[in-house]
Design a protein around this ligand. Sequence first.
Ligand code: UTP
Length: 296
Amino acid sequence: MTTPVTKVVIPAAGLGTRFLPATKAMPKEMLPVVDKPAIQYVVEEAVDAGLVDVLVVTGRNKHALANHFDRVTELEQALELKGDGHRLKMVHASTGLAEMHYVRQGDPKGLGHAVLRAKMHVGHQPFAVMLGDDLIDARDTLLTKMLEVQEHKQASIIALMEVGPSQAHLYGIASVENTDETDVVHITGLVEKPEPGTQPSNYAIIGRYVLMPEVFDVLENTAPGKGGEIQLTDALATLVAQPDLAGGVYGVIFRGRRYDTGDRLDYIKAIIRLASDREDLGPDLRPWIKEFAEGL
Ligand code: UTP
């Protein structure tokens, strides 16, 4: 019998050094993308895929994250008094979204270490990992497809995106072979941030995973890798090398819109893209963007 995925882990304990000084006192997952913090988009994506049990792995600035998904009575009362039902609804939307849980990472020893902190909460069942600074456009579903592939393969699933050769050294890169399903590949090797020019392919790992629980035991025995951090990619490479352990690893190739909001340029692009497509902001913003671009 197969165990369905019900839990999501969102690691949000990184130092966010690429975004300093904005991230000095605030996690990068709380940076606003138009009018919602990045992590709210990620939780909404989880809920849209049917996953409502969310564990956030937090770092030194935990409070901003936890407060965002909690009730703020004074604010609700003030909006009620003003009769501002529209904004009240928006405030409620983040509170009632999902069943939120939090665990501290302690020292930020890497993404693999952050995921390992979820072991007690997840138990022995497959689970999703979604990076809190990695946005997948809500119009381009990815997680639902990954959950379907996980269900029929009973293996770990990672999301992949094609990147240019000059970008490969910034990502975990996968060696792949085709399966009989379009955009589903079998992973034959993984390397974290390869030296420029040495990447085995252009398929980069992006921030969505559906993992078999055996990954926790592997992570416990994974030594620090690139940057002295415990790398999730290294643990996944062990699952690739030992397919008898938990069914190996497959990739779902994503061809939609994705934004790494931990990167300043991608963050700006995300805001422009999402705001210009919105009904409330787009009609005023789009002509301004055109005029601005003509003046460049
Ligand atoms: P990143 O490498 O993007 O995060 O990690 P970072 O280290 O905060 O980024 P920079 O390079 O310093 O700007 C990917 C994801 O893993 C989480 C981050 O919060 C992010 O969602 N992470 C990373 C942790 O939770 N703990 C860690 O120790 C490292």
